[in-house]
Structures are given as structure tokens and as C-alpha cells.
Design a protein around this ligand. Structure first.
Ligand code: CAA
Length: 383
């Protein structure tokens, strides 16, 4: 069936930290971060951004352009949830003024859940081809200050419309999966920052890639040399390079940089956006390559804990006309660099646990912002 990604739009906050600042503070050569990890900047949310504002601002251009009348499901994928009970999708439903006859739910499995949401959405559209699903992946990646993982933080949201006859990417039916119970990265409910066994997590990523690729092949998936490009989950860009080296070796092929480079451009200057990272890679590929019509693209999704999934799709004819490249590049162009002190101030975000009222200073001049917290409730505003 012809089902897949009809629209794709991302959003990031206006601030970033250049990793040169952390290199100086940590007394390491900046090339360890720029080249060894493959990251130059990481997006940092000010106090009036959270996963809801990131998500609403990512989805808003899609709703403005396409309307919302056919959307009857919102799937919200995140690791950095703001509530143990209420789905962030419901805030989005309200902020975007979507129809009342809509279902809203939040999905979690570390950085993987947006891929589960995509597969569920495609299956749903197969049964209800006249409907559309709004799928949003939104995350703020936080590790302990002064830990080795600190340089692999970041944040962002990607919104996608999933539909019949998609204008961007048709998703193939065959898909390869891998699950194993491991503790490579996790975050107990009482923690704001992730716990991670860094080196082990990179090994598990590669093991899951091998398992998912082998399952994809067993489902009669496409051969390695059918793909014009490969998009990997990008906790940091070097991980994408290592993953591709691994897959090329498995397939006795030669590594070609042009098979992965375009998908890594945004990630290098945004950082890890967990559940959104793979789809930020897809947006990066589409925004930087206009020669992909009818080409097959491979996608590898990884979520620690762990689940990996290898799947694929075909980029559609005239896809270039339906992108948000100008909006994406405008967001990137207007970003401001933070100094270390302001980064620290934003990192320690205010979160009253006693129900007191706080009004949040305005930094974010995009459409939606977090305006206040009172009585344990978050209040969002349109700017
Ligand atoms: N110039 C160039 N390269 C340099 C250098 C220099 N001056 N100095 C060091 N390097 C290179 C090293 O040789 C190394 O390269 P290789 O990996 O190719 O060997 C690289 O820089 C990293 O250096 P270290 O090996 O010293 O690594 P580290 O101790 O700083 O830790 C990390 C790196 C494990 C990624 C750590 O930042 C981390 O734990 N990050 C969080 C975990 C993570 O992102 N895991 C990814 C898989 S899990 C996942 O994908 C889910 C998710 O999103 C979290």
C-alpha cells in the first residue's frame, strides 16, 4: 500500500552552546568534540520551552499549510515526558485547535518510540485511508553536568503527517526488529538526567543494528546496494559513521561518505534530540539533496534498553515542493550562542514541586511558549 510520510517539519529553540566552550572548560582539544564525537553545537532550551512547545512549534507550519480536519490521531513520542499520567499529545491537540473527535497518546521507549509510532500510524492508515495521523517526536536530552556524556546533549522536535498517498516518503512494508533487555542508558522516574554506560551503549547500538538488519533481510528487505542513502539514529554524528562502517563491513561493501553525509548536517549543530534524532536526520537529507526522487532510503532507529528497527522507504516524485527547508534554515540562521553561565542557568530549569506559582521570563518568540506553572499545572501561551 502507498502509505507514509506526507509532511515533515522540525523545530529547535533559538539558543545553542558551542562545544568549544566545554572543551576549554574540560581542558580537552576541541577536535575531540568537533571530530572525535562529530558534534559542534548543541541546542539548549530556555525556561519557556519544553517538549510541548518544541512539538507544537514543529507541527504548527504543517497545520497552517494543510489544515487539521482529517487528523484523528496524535502520537507523541518522547523520553523527556513532563507528566507521568497525561499525554503531551493532549496539550498539542488544544494548542493546535484540532478536532474533538481525535485520539491522543504518548509513547515511550528511549530514542526509539517515534519509529514504533510511525509503524502503528501506517498500519492504522491502511485500515482508514481517508484519515491522517499527526506524529510528533520531541525531546530534551540531559546528562549530568561535567560527565563525559554532557557534550552529547541537545533538543528538538520533528512533526510528521502520516497519510495515504504521501508526498515525501512511502514506507516499505518489510521491517527488521531487534530487542534485548540491557542497561546501557536509562532514567528512573526520580531522575532528571539519564544514567548511561557510554561505551556499552555504542556497542549495543551496533549489536541492535546487526540484529535488525539481519531480520530485515529475512523479511525479504532491499539489498544493501539498492539504497541511495542511509539515515541512522544520531545520538552524536560519529555514531552514524561508526554504524555505517559496521553495516558496510557486514555486507562486504566499501564505505561511501555520500551515503550518510547529508543526513548528519543538522545533527552536528543541534545535538541529540533522542526520539526526534532519526527524523531530524531524514529532514536534513531531504533539505540538502534534491536528487532523491524514487530512490530507496534506509532508516535505522535505536532506543537504549534496547530496541532497534531497520526499515526503508521510497522518496516520492516532486518531494522537493513539499518540504519546509526555508523555515528550517531560518530557525538555524537566527540562533544565538550562549555563554557558559547562561547555559548553566537554563540547564537548572525552574520546576516548583510545592504547587507555587511562577511566571516564566519570555525568551521564546515562536508561536507557542510555556508562560507559567501554578498549582502543579503548566500553562502555555501563544506569543
Ligand atoms: N581529535 C580527534 N578525535 C579525538 C581527539 C582529538 N583531539 N581526542 C579524542 N578523540 C576521539 C577518540 O579517539 C574517540 O574516537 P573513537 O570513538 O572513534 O575511538 C572519540 O573522540 C571519543 O572519545 P572517547 O573514546 O574518549 O569517548 P568519551 O569517553 O568522551 O565518551 C561517549 C564518548 C561514549 C559518546 C559519551 O559522550 C557518552 O556516554 N555519551 C552518551 C551516550 C550515547 O550517546 N551513546 C550512544 C549510543 S546509545 C543511543 O544511541 C541512545 C541515545 O540516544 C542515548
Amino acid at each position: 500500500m502507498n502509505i507514509g510520510i506526507d509532511q515533515i517539519s522540525f523545530y529547535i529553540p533559538k539558543y545553542y552552546l558551542d562545544l568549544a566552550i566545554l572543551a576549554e572548560r574540560n581542558h580537552v582539544d576541541v577536535n575531540k568534540y568537533y571530530k572525535g564525537i562529530g558534534q559542534e553545537k548543541m541546542s539548549i532550551p530556555p525556561h519557556d520551552e519544553d517538549i510541548v512547545t518544541l512539538a507544537a512549534n514543529a507541527a504548527y507550519p504543517i497545520i497552517q499549510k494543510n489544515g487539521a480536519s482529517d487528523i484523528d490521531t496524535i502520537l507523541f513520542a518522547t523520553e523527556s515526558s513532563i507528566d507521568q499520567s497525561k499525554a503531551a499529545a493532549i496539550y498539542i491537540h488544544h494548542l493546535l485547535n484540532l478536532p474533538q473527535n481525535c485520539r491522543c497518546v504518548e509513547l515511550k521507549q528511549a530514542c526509539y518510540s517515534a519509529t514504533a509510532a510511525l509503524q502503528l500510524a501506517c498500519a492504522y492508515i491502511a485500515l482508514h485511508p481517508q484519515k491522517k495521523v499527526l506524529l510528533i517526536a520531541s525531546d530534551i536530552s540531559r546528562y549530568d553536568l561535567d560527565s563525559v556524556a554532557e557534550v552529547t546533549q541537545g533538543c528538538g522536535a520533528v512533526a510528521m503527517l502520516i497519510s495515504h498517498h504521501p508526498r515525501i516518503m512511502k514506507i516499505d512494508n518489510m521491517t527488521g526488529k531487534y530487542t534485548e533487555d540491557v542497561m546501557d542508558f536509562w532514567r528512573p522516574n526520580y531522575r532528571k538526567t539519564a544514567l548511561v554506560d557510554g561505551k556499552f551503549s555504542t556497542q549495543m547500538y551496533l549489536k541492535a543494528l546487526e540484529g535488525a538488519w539481519s531480520d530485515y533481510q529475512a523479511q525479504e528487505g532491499r539489498a544493501y546496494d539498492e539504497f541511495a542513502h542511509f539515515c541512522y539514529h544520531l545520538p552524536f554524528s560519529k555514531m552514524g559513521i561508526k554504524a555505517h562502517q559496521y553495516l558496510t563491513r557486514l555486507n562486504k561493501q566499501t564505505m561511501q561518505a555520500e551515503h550518510i553525509d547529508a543526513a548528519m548536517i543538522y545533527n552536528r549543530i543541534i545535538g541529540n534530540s533522542y526520539s526526534a534524532a532519526l527524523y531530524l536526520g531524514l529532514a536534513s537529507l531531504l533539505d540538502h539533496r534534491n536528487d532523491l526522487e524514487e530512490q530507496a532510503v534506509a532508516m535505522f532507529s535505536y532506543g537504549s534498553g534496547c530496541v532497534g528497527e531497520f526499515f526503508s522507504g521510497i522518496i516520492q516524485t516532486n518531494y522537493q515542493q513539499y518540504l519546509y527547508t526555508t523555515e528550517h534554515q531560518r530557525l538555524l540562521a537566527k540562533r544565538q550562542a550562549l555563554d557558559y553561565e547562561t547555559y548553566l542557568e537554563f540547564w537548572h530549569y525552574p520546576e516548583p514541586t510545592d504547587g507555587q506559582t511562577i511566571t516564566i521570563d519570555q525568551h521564546n518568540h515562536s508561536t507557542f511558549r510555556l508562560a507559567s506553572i501554578s498549582n502543579h499545572q503548566r500553562h502555555y501561551a501563544r506569543t
